[in-house]
Design a binder for this molecule. Structure first.
Ligand code: KG4
Ligand code: ZN
Length: 360
């Protein structure tokens, strides 16, 4: 069965075709980076407008890349939440209209379940299966959650929330710290590329100890510690200069970024990234020791982080990361997550609503 996935929960308009939940035939993502960059973050009204512009060509390209026509589709899977309501509505409304006119089933999918299934899809593509029960660490700009994922029978998955962030998501912390240091938006990829040039031992940043659920996470204290360091180290001039460099748009050339970044800032960036990774890794390992898990799944935008991937390579649990294209928001993961629901005969009717705060 060819499932068309549609994802518009935040600032990427995405469509993909996945065959039988295991073969990726196309994966198209239209980024809105240029639109939001001048504002240093996603502007919800602009995001919905851009989704409206992109949705038709993006879906068309996903079908072209898969060498399929609308008539070949067996079902449509679309993100219903969590996310920005105006953004979700574009994908959801489009998916409803298309499913209705093609007379094929519609399944509305939770975006976080999608991130987890990015890994399931990745493994299936290589003829492998994720070892369940698994601990899933979903780390993105909007979420930092850990779930116990079980597979009581083929094509049925259950999710139990084990811990979450009490304040900022990990990706949000990357973005806020990058903005504070004048690196533009989104911050994660830039910090990730700069971190290897710094010495994390040169700047001490605090780790957090949680009251209550010790597996919970928190990143707002870390962000404040970075801010305090910036103030005490008198970095204002350098930050101003860097903002100038980034004023006309995203800068890809790492040498150009390094040219406006002092060693002290590189050390701070390295220390920040190391602290975030330590926090994520220590909580994930603690949770894995407590629960009956066979493996650890890491997904969401922050799973693209090279430092995080490196650190996981030395743990004692089997672990899985999606490829970079499946780590950040995409529609292949939505098609893959929808497939088991469809196989079990689940359908969404056309009254299904966008759910901005949907939990898994
Ligand atoms: O999953 P995603 O594309 O969208 C949400 O559902 O939020 O995640 C985007 C987030 C952003 O905060 C971005 O800074 C972060 O993922 N991110 C990274 C990296 N690539 C993207 N964070 C750290 N290192 C990266 N390489
Ligand atoms: Zn996401």
């Amino acid at each position: 069965m060819y499932v068309l996935g549609i994802e518009t929960s935040c600032d990427e308009t995405a469509a993909a075709v996945v065959e039988s939940g295991e073969r990726l035939l196309s994966n198209i993502v239209a980024s809105q980076l240029k639109t939001h960059f001048p504002y240093g973050g996603v502007v919800p009204e602009l995001a919905s407008r851009e989704h409206l512009r992109a949705i038709v060509p993006v879906v068309r390209r996903a079908l072209e890349q898969a060498k399929l026509s609308y008539a070949d589709l067996g079902a449509i899977a679309v993100t219903k939440g969590p996310g920005l309501v105006g953004s979700l509505l574009v994908g959801l409304t489009f998916a409803k209209g298309l499913a209705l006119s093609l007379r094929i089933p519609l399944i509305a999918v939770n975006h976080i379940e999608g991130h987890i299934h990015a890994v399931v899809l990745e493994e299936k593509q290589h003829g492998r299966e994720v070892a369940f029960p698994a601990l899933a660490l979903v780390v993105s700009g909007g979420h930092t959650h850990m779930f116990l994922v079980e597979q009581p029978e083929p094509f049925r998955y259950t999710y139990r929330l084990i811990s979450k962030t009490r304040d900022d998501a990990a990706g949000e912390a990357f973005d806020k710290v990058a903005k504070l240091l004048g690196f533009g938006y989104p911050g994660g990829p830039i910090i990730d590329r700069l971190a290897p040039f710094g010495d994390p031992s040169q700047v001490k940043l605090p780790s957090t100890r949680m009251k209550g659920n010790e597996l919970d996470l928190s990143f707002s204290g870390l962000k404040t510690a970075v801010l305090r360091y910036v103030r005490s180290a008198d970095m204002d001039e350098e930050i101003k200069m860097r903002k100038q460099t980034f004023s006309s748009g995203p800068v890809k050339d790492i040498e150009a970024i390094r040219a406006v970044t002092s060693q002290q800032t590189l050390d701070l960036v390295a220390s920040f990234q190391q602290t975030v990774i330590d926090e994520l890794l220590s909580r994930a390992l603690k949770a894995a020791d407590k629960e009956p898990v066979q493996s650890i799944i890491v997904s969401g935008g922050v799973a693209a982080n090279a430092g995080l991937r490196r650190r996981f390579s030395s743990i004692r649990y089997p672990f899985y990361f999606p490829t970079l294209a499946l780590s950040t928001d995409n529609a292949a993961m939505i098609a893959a997550a929808g497939y088991p629901h469809l196989l079990r005969g689940e359908r969404s009717d056309f009254s299904v609503k966008a759910q901005p705060s949907l939990a898994l």
